[in-house]
Ligand binder design. Structure first.
Ligand code: A3P
Length: 315
C-alpha cells in the first residue's frame, strides 16, 4: 500500500490508485482477494458499472429478465428483496463485513444464470471472467459524467449524514475538482468507460455496452438488447403477452423507489432508499455552474477524442 498514490476519499477513508483506478482503502483487500478467488461460470451474467450510473436499475432488469420463468407477480422476488441483495457485487460485501467470497456467493439462488455485479474496471476483472475460454456475459452501463458526478456527490453526503463518525463530506466544488482529475470512486470515469467500450467492440458477443440516457429514451429496445445478450431473448408470444412491459414496469424508478423493502432496508452504512433519488437525465443543470459543466465537458473531450468514442456527453 505504501507504494500506491493516495487521494482524499469521497466519503470516509482514503483512496488508492490501484491498477490505474481509485479504490477506497477499506475495500482494496477485498478487491485483491476477489481478483484471485472469483471463478466465473460459463452461464454467469456480470453487470459492470461505475457507482451511480444506474447499477440498481440494471440489477433489477437483468434479474427480472433472467429469472422471469421462476418469479411471477404478485410474489416476485424484487417486491420483497432489494436489487443489491439479489445481485451482489463480486468484489465487496454490502451486507456484512464478512469477507469470504465463496460463503457469500453460496447464498445466491441455486439456479443459473447467476446475475452478479461489479464496479471493477475491465482490465482488473478476475481472469476467469475475461478469459476467452469462459462464456460468461458482461453488461456495462454508462451514464453521462455530469449526472454521475452529481449523483455520487449526493449519495456520499447521505452516507455521511447517516454515519456521524465520518469526516465532513466533500463540497460539490471539491467533488467536481476530484472528479475532473479522475479521482472519483473507481475512476478515472473516462478510462473506466473506455475499457468496457473497447472490449464491447473487440468482443461484442461477450460485452454489451449500454447507456443510461438511451435506456431512459427507449427502455423497451434496450431491455430486448439486454435480454438477447444474456441469452434470454423474449419470444414473440412473451412480447404479445406483455412480459417485456411488465418487467419494465416492475423495474421502473417509481415502482422500485416506493417498495417498502427499498424504503426501509439498510446495507452496512447505506440506507437502500438512497439508491433512488431522482432517476432522471440532466439533473446536473440544477447543481453545476456553467463553468463547472464546461470544465468537465472539456476534460471529457480531451479524454475521449483520440478513442473514436461517438458521444461527448454535452447534454
Ligand atoms: P440520481 O441520483 O441521479 O437520481 P446506482 O444504482 O449506480 O447507485 O445509481 C443510482 C442512480 O440511478 C440514482 O440517480 C438513482 O436515482 C438512479 N436510479 C435508481 N433506480 C432507477 C431506476 N429504476 N430507473 C432509473 N434510474 C434509477
Amino acid at each position: 500500500l505504501k507504494t500506491l498514490p493516495k487521494e482524499k476519499g469521497w466519503a470516509f477513508d482514503e483512496a488508492y490508485l490501484y491498477q490505474g483506478f481509485w479504490i477506497r482503502a477499506q475495500i482494496l483487500q477485498q478487491i485483491i482477494l476477489c481478483q484471485h478467488q472469483f471463478q466465473a461460470r460459463h452461464t454467469d451474467v456480470l453487470l459492470a458499472t461505475q457507482p451511480k450510473s444506474g447499477t440498481t436499475w440494471l440489477k433489477a432488469l437483468a434479474f427480472a429478465i433472467a429469472h422471469r420463468k421462476r418469479y411471477a407477480l404478485p410474489t416476485h422476488a424484487l417486491l420483497t428483496n432489494n436489487p443489491q441483495k439479489l445481485v451482489p457485487f463480486i468484489e465487496v460485501n454490502q451486507e456484512t463485513h464478512q469477507q469470504d467470497l465463496a460463503d457469500r456467493l453460496s447464498s445466491l439462488p441455486p439456479f443459473s444464470p447467476r446475475v452478479l455485479s461489479t464496479h471493477l474496471p475491465y482490465a482488473s476483472l478476475p481472469e476467469s471472467v475475461t478469459s476467452i475460454t469462459n462464456d460468461c456475459r458482461i453488461v456495462y452501463l454508462c451514464r453521462n459524467p455530469k449526472d454521475t458526478l452529481v449523483s455520487t456527490w449526493h449519495f456520499m453526503s447521505k452516507i455521511k449524514s447517516s454515519e456521524a463518525a465520518y469526516e465532513e463530506p466533500l463540497s460539490l466544488e471539491e467533488a467536481h475538482e476530484l472528479f475532473c482529475r479522475g479521482a472519483s470512486p473507481y475512476g478515472p470515469f473516462w478510462e473506466h468507460m473506455l475499457g468496457y467500450w473497447k472490449a464491447s467492440l473487440e468482443r461484442p458477443e461477450k460485452v454489451l455496452f449500454l447507456r443510461y440516457e438511451e435506456m431512459k429514451k427507449d427502455i423497451k429496445s434496450q431491455v430486448k438488447r439486454l435480454a438477447e445478450h444474456i441469452g434470454c431473448p423474449f419470444t414473440i408470444e412473451e412480447e404479445n403477452e406483455g412480459v417485456v412491459d411488465d418487467i419494465i414496469k416492475l423495474c421502473s424508478f417509481e415502482n422500485l423507489k416506493n417498495l417498502e423493502v427499498n424504503k426501509s432496508e439498510k446495507m452496512l452504512v447505506v440506507d437502500c432508499k438512497y439508491f433512488f433519488r431522482k432517476g432522471i437525465v440532466g439533473d446536473w443543470v440544477n447543481y453545476l455552474t456553467p463553468q463547472m459543466a464546461e470544465q468537465l465537458d472539456q476534460v471529457t473531450k480531451e479524454k475521449l477524442q483520440d478513442h473514436g468514442f461517438p458521444i461527448l456527453f454535452k447534454e
